[in-house]
Ligand binder design. Sequence first.
Ligand SMILES: Cc1ncc(COP(=O)(O)O)c(C=O)c1O
Length: 378
Amino acid sequence: MAQSLANSVFEEDKQFIAPLYGKANIEFVRGEGSYLFDKNGKKYLDFVAGIAVNALGHQNAAIKKAVEEQMDSFFHISNLYPNFPQVNLAKALLAATGFDKAFFCNSGTEANEGCIKFARKYFDRKGEKNRQKIVTFINSFHGRTFAALSATGQPAIREGFGSMPGDFVHVPWNDVAALKAEVNNDTCAIMLESLAAEGGVMTVSDEMVAAINSLKKEFGCLVIVDEVQAGMGRLGTFLGLQKHGIDADLVSLAKALGGGLPLGAVLLRQKVADQLKAGDHGTTFGGNPVACAVGLAVVNQIAKPEFLANVEARSAQLKAGLEALPVGNVIAAARDEGMMVLSAKGNVLRLLPPLNVSAAECDEALAKLEKAFATATK
Ligand SMILES: Cc1ncc(COP(=O)(O)O)c(C=O)c1O
């Protein structure tokens, strides 16, 4: 085995881990609620939340309890056997969203692959084999496997990987005329995020929602909504599409759903599920019982009206406070102040606090950001 010559985790990471991320030189040793602590005892307000995963913060008691209880019965039995962790989570998700069936997988990328495959299979089984085309958006992000990458409207991240699955077209976000020009009787699906997160935190316009809903009626295509980052309460409703009134047939979920364990889901309308058969798609680990038990604890929290009301209130608090701050590149300055934040699309500051963040923590965030802005723009 290779011997480590270095002693910081940053150096060891460089030595032993494939170089696929630009990583911060920081060693976190503990998380608690909305905070992270590094090995020097420095405390950070965590407004990255594991990239929108830790919606209930670090060390959430309900999540820990769900893990412990499920570990006492079984960790994994495979998808060959029905089990209550999956069924109970499916029931909770379907009750919160009005969808009819759930499929579980391990990640957001896989959830999107599932949506794309189910949409294509739906038309294939109906005998409409011409319906292959999937219309998505420039600057969208749907994941890193081949079909999800093909759906992703960012050519730079496809570069060097050879040919991509075909029949994906990308139109500019919120460009109704461009969307209308691409949707026709050969369209399988329109696929969009309920908020273009990686693409720069861009909300979907009312005009685009109206166009999507009417194109779906006119041409009979499906609508796939990627709720991997914006779903699970982050927009103040359980799904982002509920806030905007998007009429979806398939929804992908992941990130916050597993509370920190790898878990993704596809939610389907009955008409799509009716066209699927055993063997059409599958996964060994997807819907792992421990992950699903945690998922149920997460969904039970997020679906509560008072939880979603807190998201709305904290969002309004942060928005009002941020509007009063000067803009600049503050990520490094914020870290010096003891706060983790992310960027999107280069110059957009992305705040992904735990969804149960308190008013006092938001005040603390605004004070830290004010200092970070002052330092960064000096
Ligand atoms: C909207 C969206 N879809 C899909 C993905 C991919 O999810 P995962 O990294 O879990 O595969 C992401 C990840 O950032 C995302 O933000």
